[in-house]
Design a protein around this ligand. Structure first.
Ligand SMILES: N[C@@H](CCC(=O)N[C@@H](CS)C(=O)NCC(=O)O)C(=O)O
Length: 197
């Protein structure tokens, strides 16, 4: 297996997932964004984005798909529920990608990433409101649970935890006590710490 990766990008989630399942792999570290022109990456993923996972003849893109794929590919890690018990697992995986991440990205672009002349304060405020509304739902859910599926930890916690790391850097976790306690739990896992180094 080969993982195309750069630190401090969405590829962190895939690196963390790899560590959780202890998958033997080659980590292809690229400098973001300059080295995304890497011909092997471009061949595997026409969008030239990271993360991109190559597993023999299979290519998997999209950070959440990579995480779920790895949980199935390495069942001995015990990070995917049984097929008939996956309703919440799928729900939260898509909730992160659809209800949290777009707002987070928009907030990041309009508060930090874009040149100041291209930022819109109004779009930043709206994005923050959208993020906070969705995070409130997660916070309520975690009030009575250790992890998204209750206990034990599962791969969907890697998907959420990765987004929360990014949100924390942007000071968006204030006021969400259960989310903060949850992030502390997941980010103290050995696999997270190895991936973070
Ligand atoms: N939806 C994709 C987005 C991947 C993505 O946009 N990755 C960024 C790095 S965080 C990238 O490679 N950007 C370069 C580009 O889009 O050209 C995922 O979640 O994996």
């Amino acid at each position: 297996m080969k993982l195309f990766y750069a630190p401090q990008t969405r590829a962190f989630s895939s690196r963390w997932a790899m560590e959780e399942v202890a998958a033997p792999h080659d980590l292809i570290r690229l400098k973001f964004p300059d080295e995304l022109s890497n011909p092997d990456l471009q061949k595997a993923n026409p969008l030239g984005q990271i993360p991109t996972l190559v597993d023999g003849d299979q290519v998997v893109t999209e950070a959440s798909a990579i995480a779920l794929y790895l949980a199935d590919r390495f069942p001995q890690a015990g990070l995917a529920p049984a097929a008939e018990e996956r309703h919440q697992y799928y729900q939260w995986a898509f909730f992160v990608g659809a209800a949290l991440e777009p707002h987070l990205l928009e907030f990041f672009l309009h508060s930090e990433r874009l040149p100041e002349s291209e930022r819109s304060a109004e779009r930043a405020v709206q994005a923050k409101e959208g993020f906070v509304r969705a995070l409130g739902i997660v916070n309520d859910h975690l009030a009575t649970r250790q992890y998204l599926l209750g206990d034990p930890f599962s791969m969907v916690d890697v998907i959420l935890g990765s987004i929360l790391g990014w949100a924390k850097m942007m000071n968006l976790l204030a006021g969400f006590e259960h989310v903060r306690a949850y992030f502390k739990r997941v980010s103290s896992r050995p696999a997270f710490l190895t991936a973070f180094q």
